[in-house]
Design a protein around this ligand. Structure first.
Ligand code: ZN
Length: 55
């Protein structure tokens, strides 16, 4: 199971839960000078099936 987050700026990331949380927090700091909590990531992410190659 993968999680996906699309930022309001159009940036998007996909991966395992821990990877997505880390990526979103790093993006928030570097792109928006904003600290994003784990709870905030959990509020906006969505589940995606696999990598898109297979259903
Ligand atoms: Zn952004």
């Amino acid at each position: 199971m993968l999680m996906e987050v699309t930022c309001r700026c159009g940036w998007t990331t996909r991966g395992s839960k821990s990877a997505v949380i880390a990526a979103v927090q790093a993006h928030g700091r570097s792109a928006h000078q904003q600290e994003i909590t784990t709870a905030e990531v959990r509020a906006i992410w969505r589940m995606v099936e696999g990598s898109g190659a297979k259903k």
